[in-house]
Write a protein that binds this ligand. Structure first.
Ligand code: HXC
Length: 257
């Protein structure tokens, strides 16, 4: 596949996707979305690929949805084309993916980072939902995912004032999994992704589905869903291999069966 606004590399079992519109601080326009949909679908469909890292540049993960693309649109355009609906194809990715964020992750940029299974942040990362300053609001899930991640007080303050938070505050608030020095961000993300890629792939999908269910289901059906997935993994060869490898004190060799 050939892309113009993103760069896609495969490093063994890890796909590295870089947003690449430096002239617009990686602002997310329809072309970026279309290319991300294709890249994520290709990743999900390729059994040799087991984790994905999405990153931007040192200066910006992404400075938002493309304001210049949206500026002239009216309600009938936005509602008529269900603008941003395509992001649901990205969040439908079944296999694990990580957002590695350095610099600005604003508006849609923050929202895309929050679509990831988790965020690794450089110490230079700045997260914000400044849409209110433009007369709008988050439109790619930000109000919902940010509130789930950091709670009402901080989410409300960020959405109502547009205040950016730095990496440390984001980690304290539970928005990011870990903060690393900016120079080490991509290497650290690739290392983390490689560790995930070495795990039994069906177990990875099941773990992801179960944690995501925590944000959709009440506790009892959530626990039931978890337990059924857990039972289901006993139908895999990788469960036999994983437990045998532990008992035999050797590394497991997982096939995704
Ligand atoms: C289109 C953008 C952009 C964006 C930056 N650029 N962000 N273009 N959409 N979201 C462009 C600028 O116009 C400029 O282009 C170039 O990128 C460099 O940006 P500068 O502003 O010159 O850089 P700097 O002075 O370093 O400031 C960085 C910044 C600022 C603080 C991140 O760019 C900024 O505030 N950007 C907008 C952030 C924002 O409001 N994001 C939310 C977007 S709305 P030129 O051609 O002039 O060089 C959104 C909505 C989601 O995401 C859902 C609801 C609709």
């Amino acid at each position: 596949a050939d892309y113009e606004t993103i760069l896609v590399e495969r490093r063994d079992a890890v796909t590295l996707v870089r947003l690449n519109r430096p002239q617009a601080l990686n602002a997310l326009n329809s072309q970026v979305l279309g290319e991300l949909i294709r890249a994520f679908a290709a990743y999900d469909a390729d059994p040799a690929q087991r984790c994905l890292v999405l990153t931007g540049s040192e200066k910006a993960f992404a400075a938002g949805a493309d304001i210049k693309e949206m500026e002239a649109k009216v309600f009938a355009d936005m509602y008529g084309e269900n603008y941003f609906k395509g992001w649901e194809q990205v969040t439908a990715t079944r296999k694990p993916w990580i957002a590695a964020v350095a610099g600005y992750a604003l508006g849609g940029g923050c929202e895309v980072a929050m679509m990831a299974d988790f965020i690794l942040a450089a110490d230079t990362a700045r997260f914000g939902q400044p849409e209110i300053k433009l007369g709008v609001m988050p439109g790619m899930g930000g109000s919902q995912r940010l509130a789930a991640a950091v709670g009402k007080a901080k989410a409300m303050e960020m959405c109502l004032t547009g205040r950016m938070i730095g990496a440390e505050e984001a980690e304290r608030a539970g928005l990011v999994a870990r903060v690393v020095p900016a120079a080490a961000l991509v290497d650290e993300a690739l290392k983390t992704a490689a560790a995930i890629a070495a795990m039994p792939p069906l177990a990875a999908i099941a773990n992801k589905e179960a944690v995501n269910a925590a944000f959709e289901l009440p506790l009892a059906p959530g626990i039931n869903f978890e337990r059924r997935l857990f039972h289901g993994l006993f139908g895999t060869e990788d469960q036999k291999e994983g437990m045998a490898a532990f008992v035999e004190k050797r590394a497991g060799n997982f096939t995704g069966r």
